[in-house]
Ligand binder design. Structure first.
Ligand code: KG4
Ligand code: ZN
Length: 345
């Protein structure tokens, strides 16, 4: 069975063909980063317009590269995400499904980030998933595909959002995650002690205080009022050495918090496998800390290769392969077009 997966929930227009037995046949990802860079964040209206322009050629290229005329099913990201962007993917999927007379499957974007790992090897259940992206920081327990229990999530900023806002404060560019990851490699992670928001007794996260600490630190160094707002700057506001130290220390606080809570949750629920997905799971320091801690605790760790960490159509197709096997139906489009998910409570 070959499934066409369409992903348009945020700022990547992506289409992929995945074969249930042979894996990825094509995975075309068109990033909108250059479009949003001047605003240092995703502008929803621009995102949906760009998806609208590119969705047809991206699907065409995915089918061409996979050497197929038509797939056996079409999958699309049903939510969560930006409404206008989601609608572009959904309309494309439903139109093609009618034309090709094949099943159309709506997929939860977060479920996609979990199943991205399966594109590179079997995922075993039960598992604990940490989904860390620009919009989400969720710890999810799952005993079988299709059934999820959210143990904790961010109460304010998502981890990726925190990275992006920090880069904005420091005038480093967009998106902040990969830039801070790179700059942190030359800095001293122990030079500044940023708060670790552990929220003891809960599996929730909170990153907005950390971002504010960074803002205060930068303002103090620049001799400005503590909570002075940062202007959109496209050049670093501090010296290269200080920027590297700040990036390394700031990153350490985020990654230690994510890793400590994730491993604690796995131990509490007796789970022997952790799957990490979402854009922030490409972070080199997070991967390092999790690898160390999971080895110590003898927990199997599944990290995807970086190109499958960020949004892509292949992960959506992979979830659809499971949903089709389990005969899980997609809610009809006459209901809310981007439904919340019953099993994602
Ligand atoms: O999963 P994703 O592509 O889109 C969402 O669903 O949000 O994640 C994008 C996020 C951005 O916030 C970006 O800064 C972050 O992932 N990101 C990283 C890295 N690569 C991407 N964060 C930290 N380190 C990275 N290497
Ligand atoms: Zn995502």
């Amino acid at each position: 069975m070959k499934v066409l997966g369409i992903e348009t929930s945020c700022d990547e227009t992506s289409a992929a063909v995945v074969d249930a037995r042979r894996g990825i046949l094509s995975n075309v990802v068109l990033s909108q980063i250059p479009l949003h860079r001047p605003y240092q964040g995703v502008v929803p209206e621009l995102a949906s317009r760009a998806h609208f322009k590119k969705i047809a050629p991206v699907i065409e290229e995915a089918c061409f590269k996979a050497r197929i005329k038509k797939p056996d099913a079409v999958a699309f990201t049903q939510g969560p995400g930006l409404m206008g962007s989601l609608l572009v993917g959904r309309v494309a999927a439903e139109t093609l499904g009618r034309l090709w007379k094949c099943p159309v499957v709506g997929v939860n974007h977060l479920e996609g980030h979990i199943f991205a790992a399966e594109l590179e090897g079997k995922v075993r259940f039960p598992l604990l998933a940490l989904i860390v992206s620009g919009g989400h920081t969720d710890l999810v327990l799952s005993f079988k595909p299709g059934k999820y229990r959210v143990l904790g999530r961010t109460r304010d900023d998502a981890a990726g959002e925190c990275y992006d806002k920090a880069a904005k404060i420091l005038g480093l560019g967009y998106p902040g995650g990969p830039i801070i990851d790179r700059l942190a490699k030359t800095g001293d992670k122990n030079s500044i002690l940023f708060p670790r928001p552990y929220l003891e007794g809960s599996f929730d996260f909170s990153f907005s205080g950390l971002k504010t600490s960074l803002l205060y630190y930068a303002n103090k160094r620049l001799k400005r009022p503590m909570n002075a707002k940062i202007k959109n700057s496209n050049k670093p506001v501090l010296s290269p050495k200080e920027t590297a130290n700040l990036c390394a220390s700031f990153q350490e606080a985020i990654c230690e918090t994510l890793a400590r809570k994730t491993v604690a949750a796995a131990k509490k629920f007796g789970l022997r496998q952790i799957v990490v997905g979402g854009g922030v799971s490409a972070n080199s320091r997070l991967r390092e800390i999790l690898t160390e801690q999971c080895a110590q605790e003898k927990i199997a760790l599944r990290l995807s290769s970086p190109k499958l960490c960020t949004d892509n159509g292949a992960m959506i197709a992979q979830v659809a392969i499971h949903k089709l096997a389990l005969k899980i139906k997609t809610p009809p489009s006459k209901s809310d077009p981007a439904l919340p998910f019953k099993n994602w409570a």
